[in-house]
Design a protein around this ligand. Structure first.
Ligand code: HMG
Ligand code: MG
Length: 305
């Protein structure tokens, strides 16, 4: 296998504090979330998705968004992103000075309705003023595209629908889009097709992968995207993650597993794997479970024995 065509560097956005913790049954104290962010940045993560400014009735775990943002000891070389589904969320978020905001839509109508209570077309209408305000304020705008491979309500999603959503996101000025396999049903070819549909509208440098690992395919899907030249990925420490509106979907691909893969491919990440494993052990202990990362468990066992 020739690896010469793979990207030489990869950017990882750890979404653990947001995607990872939004789905927990038990409340996670803000102090624990803040400590997690501090540990992740100490491990060398330069991009963190911290929280979301959504309705606390819909996602109670993120109700402490302002408190978490205010508690961060920020580093100038780290970007802190938050999710904003509408202008109300943006107006609350901007007071916390995020470096990036994320609007989040779906390639599936049914998921759009369940997750953000509106159609795809209505979601774009809601995002447009958010994007405009953020860009006027110099805040970078990412768009998450859910269900680009499969939907918990509609089943398989055709690549054309991903392309349609990417086009709509581009049309309102979203600068970067994440191709999300929300329920982790994708396999490499399907993920590549969703990526290709997106790349018809976005430059390779403005696209990332966001793969949940429900069916154990997320690392393979990551490699499949790397082979296309995609060099930006959302990952989640200790494999945390899930969406309250995607029942049965498990966590994102673990940051530890992706870092190990990249190290093995000779790709630079700037991340200290040992410190990352410690961060994952910290949050897993706080949640009362083992890290959902094969690499983390292997390294912790090696240390213990
Ligand atoms: P809605 O009920 O249609 O909104 O919800 P509304 O505008 O009719 O307002 C209803 C109430 O919500 C009002 O309050 C508003 O003030 C309030 P009330 O008068 O009843 O007291 N409200 C808000 N409060 C705080 N922040 C806001 C906000 N907006 C309205 N921003 C809404 C629409 C989008 C708000 C709702 O559906 C929602 O919060 N959804 C969030 C869903 C969510 O967070 N999902 C998880 C994140 S997405 C994800 O995980 C996928 C991703 O990881 C990629 C992947 O894997 O696919 C990104
Ligand atoms: Mg997700």
């Amino acid at each position: 296998m020739s690896l010469s065509h793979l990207p030489q560097r990869v950017k990882l956005v750890d979404v653990g504090p947001r995607d990872g913790l939004q789905n927990e049954k038990q409340p996670v104290p803000a102090a624990v979330k803040i400590e997690l962010v501090h540990r992740l940045q100490a491990a060398g993560l330069k991009h963190l998705e911290v929280t979301s400014f959504v309705s606390p009735k819909w996602v109670p775990q993120m109700a402490d968004n302002t408190e978490v943002m205010a508690g961060l000891q920020r580093r100038p070389d780290v970007t802190y992103a938050v999710l904003t589904p509408n202008l109300k969320g943006y107006e609350a978020a901007v007071l916390s000075r995020p470096d990036e905001i994320v609007v989040f839509g779906a390639a599936s109508e049914a998921f759009s309705q369940k997750n953000i209570n509106c159609s795809i077309a209505e979601s774009i209408e809601r995002f447009a003023p958010v994007v405009e305000a953020a860009r006027a304020a110099g805040i970078y705008v990412r768009g998450a595209m859910s269900c680009t491979v499969g939907c918990p309500y509609e089943g398989d999603i055709a690549p054309e629908r991903v392309g349609m959503l990417a086009k709509l996101m581009k049309g309102i000025g979203v600068q970067h889009v994440g191709v999300a396999d929300t329920i982790g049903v994708g396999t490499p070819i399907k993920v590549q097709r969703a990526m290709e549909a997106t790349l018809a509208h976005y430059d390779l440098n403005d696209v990332s992968g966001h793969f949940h690992d429900t069916y154990g395919q997320a690392l393979a899907n990551t490699l499949a995207a790397l082979e296309m030249g995609v060099w930006q990925f959302d990952t989640s420490v200790a494999g945390l993650g899930g969406c309250p509106y995607a029942k049965g979907a498990t966590g994102n691909v673990a940051t530890e597993d992706v870092v190990y893969l990249l190290q093995g491919l000779g790709i630079e990440t700037g991340i200290d794997l040992d410190a990352l494993v410690d961060a994952g052990a910290f949050i897993s202990q706080a949640l009362g479970r083992k890290p959902n990362s094969r690499v983390a468990v292997a390294l912790l066992n090696k240390r213990a024995g």
